[in-house]
Design a binder for this molecule. Sequence first.
Ligand code: 8X3
Length: 245
Amino acid sequence: MPTAVVTGASSGIGAATARSLSAAGFHVFCVARRTERIEPLAAEIGGTAVTCDVTDESQVAALAETVGPSLDLLVNNAGGAIGTDHVAVSDPDDWRRMYEVNVVGTLLVTRALLPALVASGAGTLLNLGSIAGHTPYVGGGGYVAAKHGVAAMTETLRLELNGQPVRVTEIAPGMVRTDEFSLNRFSGDADKADSVYAGVREPLVAEDIADAITWVATRPQHVNVDLMVLKPLAQAASWKVHREG
Ligand code: 8X3
C-alpha cells in the first residue's frame, strides 16, 4: 500500500486530503499538533495519527522515525495567515510566526522526509502554496511574503532534485472556505472571518483542493504537475471577487 504524510491534518484542507488519499488507496500518516483531532481521523480512515509541531525539529525527527525508511507522498499543508495589517503597521512577531510555520515548517518536514521519498523510487512532494504566493494583495502582508517563500522553495527544490525520482508540485488555492483558515487569521473573530466570504456565491471547499491533490498524486510518475492554481468562479484574482447582494 502506498504511504502518504499529510501535515496540518487536524482540519480543513489537510483533513479532507487525508480522507481523499485514503479513499485513493494510501495509508495516511495524519500529522498535526492537536492529537484529539487527528486520532479520530486516523481511526476513521485506517491511518496513523502522529502528533507533531512542524516547527519543532525534534518532533519532526520523531515523525521521520515513525514514517520509516520509505515514503511515497508528502503533502506539506500545515500553515496559515495572521491578520490583514498593512506592511507599514505590521507586527514583526506575526511575520515571524507566519514565516516559521509556512516556510521553515515546510523546510523541516521536507528535509526530514526527503530521504524516504527518494528511497521509494517514485516519490511525490506537494507543497500547499496560495495565490498569495504569486500575486500580492493589500493587507496580504506577511502571508503574501511567506507564501512567496513557499513558491520559491518549491521551484528551487525541483531544480535541486532534477534527476532524482521525486516529483515536486505546488498547489496554490485561492478562496477556500474552511472551518479554521479565516477564523485563525482573525484570532477567532467569527464576524470578520465570515465577512471574507460575504456574498460570494460558492467559495471553494476543502474537498475541492483535496480532489486536486489526489489527482496530482495519482498521475503516472513521469508526469510532474509543477503548479496548480485553484480559485472559485467568483474570484478572478485575490483582490477581484464578485459579491452578490
Ligand atoms: C488563501 C488565499 O486570498 O486568503 O491562501 O490569501 S488568500
